[in-house]
Design a protein around this ligand. Structure first.
Ligand SMILES: Cc1cc2nc3c(=O)[nH]c(=O)nc-3n(C[C@H](O)[C@H](O)[C@H](O)COP(=O)(O)OP(=O)(O)OC[C@H]3O[C@@H](n4cnc5c(N)ncnc54)[C@H](O)[C@@H]3O)c2cc1C
Ligand code: FES
Length: 271
């Protein structure tokens, strides 16, 4: 297990990725390791506003010139994410990471892996894609968004998938880029033409997670879903993030997840 740390970090870089999303790199001289699917709780301002830290999936971790760079991709939806978007370069923030359990990245016997990302669900899957590409593990990456303008990091995704001999499949709800319609439908079309995957790794909005859980149940796919339940503490104390499992237990998704095998989740996820 990778030890979790509460670190002072500085804003080292920020780039807009779309009208609503941006990438931010947070630097610390301390070493930090993380696995794809794990997340960080970030104090988005320099004081106590907002009081609670916000949860963001780790999109990458790199060690460069004596610093660890933690990469996040953020959608601006409220106070915390707006503060992150406006924080000046060099501003000091706090970051608690790595938290939770990540995806299973080992290659399977039933074919390559399928990585399925919807909108701002991309960060943990981009981290997974670049890890898998570095290890030479084959995967296809399905990237969905509402419009072409909200398709995040498509070129970087294409490079990662191609490095391991895989394909990037883009889909937009309005058909402005890639295949028209839901990214889950793009995956289903390929399954219908005989494409087989050892495991499907998924992160995105809840309706997409439910569609994937349903598909996994119907087609007996091994699927892992990264849930994004609203979180207060990130460490299993406040119980604000509980999810129901198939055996009826209620568990904090920050500690037992955020990545869960679809088959472990209560039936309502796949109805
Ligand atoms: C494990 C995990 C990983 C996450 N990874 C990312 C990520 O990589 N990038 C990213 O942009 N966001 C991610 N999120 C969601 C992110 O935590 C929220 O968007 C963030 O807390 C919003 O903070 P805010 O202060 O800007 O907005 P707030 O003012 O707190 O909320 C604004 C609006 O967003 C809604 N909201 C808050 N949290 C969530 C949530 N978890 N899911 C859906 N709606 C929510 C609120 O109900 C409200 O309507 C993740 C959440 C979890 C639990
Ligand atoms: S966020 Fe507090 S218990 Fe999970």
């Amino acid at each position: 297990m990778i030890a979790r740390r509460d670190l002072a970090v500085r804003v080292a870089a920020r780039t807009d990725l779309s009208p609503t999303c941006f990438r931010i790199a947070l630097a610390t001289p301390e070493p930090l390791a993380a696995a794809p699917g794990q997340f960080a709780m970030v104090a988005c301002g320099e004081g106590f506003d907002p009081l609670l830290r916000r949860a963001f999936s780790i999109a990458g971790v790199a060690r460069r010139e004596g610093h660890t760079l933690v990469e996040l991709m953020v959608k601006e939806v409220g106070r915390g994410s707006a503060l992150l978007r406006r924080a000046p370069l060099g501003a000091e923030l706090r970051l608690l990471a790595p938290l939770g359990n990540g995806f299973t990245l080992s290659p399977g016997e039933g074919g390559p892996l399928a990585l399925v990302a919807g909108g701002i669900g991309l960060p943990p899957l981009l981290f997974a894609a670049e890890r898998l590409a570095a290890q030479g593990v084959a995967f296809d990456l399905y990237l969905g968004a509402a419009t072409a303008a909200e398709l995040l990091e498509a070129e970087r995704c294409r490079r990662a998938a191609a490095a391991a001999g895989g394909e990037l499949v883009c889909a937009t709800d309005d058909g402005s880029a890639g295949e028209a319609g839901l990214v889950t439908a793009a995956l289903e079309r390929r399954l219908e033409t005989g494409r087989r995957y050892a495991r499907v790794l998924v992160c995105g909005p809840n309706p997409m997670l439910r569609a994937l859980a349903r598909l996994a149940r119907e087609r007996k796919l091994d699927a892992e879903l990264s849930l994004e339940e609203p979180m207060g503490c990130g460490v299993g104390v406040c119980l604000g993030c509980v999810v129901e499992l198939a055996d009826g237990r209620m568990v904090p998704s920050c500690k037992e997840g955020p990545v869960f095998p679809a088959s472990r989740l209560a039936a309502r996820w796949s109805e």
